[in-house]
Design a protein around this ligand. Structure first.
Ligand SMILES: Cc1cc2nc3c(=O)[nH]c(=O)nc-3n(C[C@H](O)[C@H](O)[C@H](O)COP(=O)(O)OP(=O)(O)OC[C@H]3O[C@@H](n4cnc5c(N)ncnc54)[C@H](O)[C@@H]3O)c2cc1C
Length: 387
């Protein structure tokens, strides 16, 4: 299964696994219970280089393959999906700066994020616009002459923004005019503390409760033109391009959830006795384990294939949608079966098994719901036949 990995990729995988077991595992249930984000864990991920792993050396990243990145996310997702998502979103907010930022913007914005000193967030969703992201209404009004603006004034509300309010740096999407649809959307780099930018309600979530999420409120927040990423109207393309990478990353973390559910269930069935024998001797339960293993293998295969496509420089819209949809559905099914196989212990908040199920559910919704991924895949299929 891992025969095609390079020695560097194996080392990265081992680093992430050791960090997950030593640092994330001990407090994962407590952090989830208390909805506590432990910033020191993010700082440690920075010290280990995980915050820079998949970004190119040309901007100060570690230059690992995206396949290597999926290994990191699988290890983190297997132990603590909340921290896996926090890290994934941190990276999501950086890919566009790498792809679209000017050298000046990259020099100003990236170093503290690559090192893990600053935490990033990606702010697209609004109260009335989630899947239909082109319908966002947060306004960006030009300041100064229309043909050479000096800056922009942002007004509106974002919801569900992961890593807020902890994050210092926000990639914010706003529209010059809602009537322009996707063509009006523009991307901005916004720092915490900008006058007119504050945080609203904290999102009270079912799962990944140790990864914060909150509303962002822009009430005439002014940003200089130097903080506009890409051109006016390029924000929608910028958002979509980053989401391809983000979806592979989330898919890999979901493989981790599924793997954790399978491994825990297999161990439990071996140890737990009923009717005078270990439960694992029941053929019906062995069949469940086999089906769970099949889900893990299939999800891992499509996720790694999507990462390889990215590493080869191929378009990843279809592959990343297939990976995220397949892996999050697999994580949900395997985690649900793991709860079933643990019986009452699986339903208890003490064992951490029900946490896998709650964490998996969110991944079927964020970074594009799995309905939206069906639409993307169908569009790509039709495009491929010229339809
Ligand atoms: C835990 C979590 C973290 C998040 N983090 C972030 C973040 O960091 N940044 C950010 O910007 N957003 C974030 N989000 C928001 C997330 O991206 C949206 O919730 C998601 O895109 C869905 O949008 P919505 O909630 O408005 O649902 P809606 O778009 O209103 O969809 C409701 C239902 O209708 C379905 N549906 C909608 N349109 C169609 C269609 N055309 N065809 C078929 N079915 C359709 C959907 O699949 C869904 O089942 C997060 C959400 C969650 C739950």
């Amino acid at each position: 299964m891992s025969g095609d990995l390079t020695s560097e990729e194996r080392l990265l995988q081992a680093t992430a696994r050791e960090f997950a077991i030593r640092e994330l595992a001990p407090g994962a249930i407590e952090r989830d219970e208390s909805e506590r984000y432990d910033r020191s864990l993010f700082t440690k991920m920075g010290e280990l280089g995980l915050t820079a792993a998949p970004l190119p050396e040309s901007v100060g990243g570690a230059g690992f393959s995206y396949l290597g990145w999926t290994l990191v996310m699988e290890e983190l997702g297997a132990v603590d999906m909340a921290m896996a998502v926090s890290l994934s979103v941190h990276l999501l907010s950086q890919y566009p700066v790498v792809a679209w930022g000017t050298p000046e913007q990259q020099a100003r914005w990236l170093p503290a994020m690559l090192s893990g000193e600053a935490l990033g967030a990606f702010a697209l969703t609004e109260p009335h616009a989630g899947s239909d992201a082109a319908a966002i209404r947060t306004r960006a009004e030009r300041l100064g002459p229309a043909d050479a603006p000096e800056g922009y004034r942002l007004s509106g509300t974002k919801i569900w923004i992961s890593n807020a309010p902890e994050a210092e740096r926000y990639l914010v999407f706003a529209t010059l005019d809602p009537a322009l649809g996707s063509k009006g959307i523009t991307a901005f780099l916004v720092e915490k503390g900008t006058p007119g930018f504050r945080f609203g309600a904290h999102e009270r979530k079912m799962g990944i409760r140790a990864c914060p999420a909150a509303e962002l409120v822009f009430d005439g927040a002014e940003v200089p033109v130097a903080n506009r990423l890409g051109g006016e109207g390029e924000g929608y393309r910028i958002a979509l391009s980053a989401l391809g990478e983000g979806r592979i990353s989330i898919a890999a973390a979901c493989v981790g959830i599924a793997r954790a559910g399978l491994d825990a269930a297999a161990r439990y069935l071996t140890e737990r006795h009923a009717f005078g024998a270990p439960l694992v001797e029941q053929q019906g339960l062995r069949f469940m384990l086999a089906e769970m293993a099949r889900e893990v293998a299939a999800a891992r295969a499509v996720t790694r294939e999507a990462a390889r496509a990215k590493d080869r420089g191929e378009p990843i819209a279809e592959a990343s949608s297939i990976a995220k949809w397949t892996a999050s559905d697999a994580a949900m099914r395997v985690a649900t079966d793991a709860v079933q196989l643990f019986g009452g212990s699986g339903y208890s908040r003490e064992t951490g098994i029900e946490r896998l199920m709650r964490d998996a559910k969110g991944a079927q919704i964020y970074e594009g719901t799995n309905q939206i991924h069906r639409l993307i895949v169908a569009d790509e299929v039709l495009r491929s036949i010229g339809g």
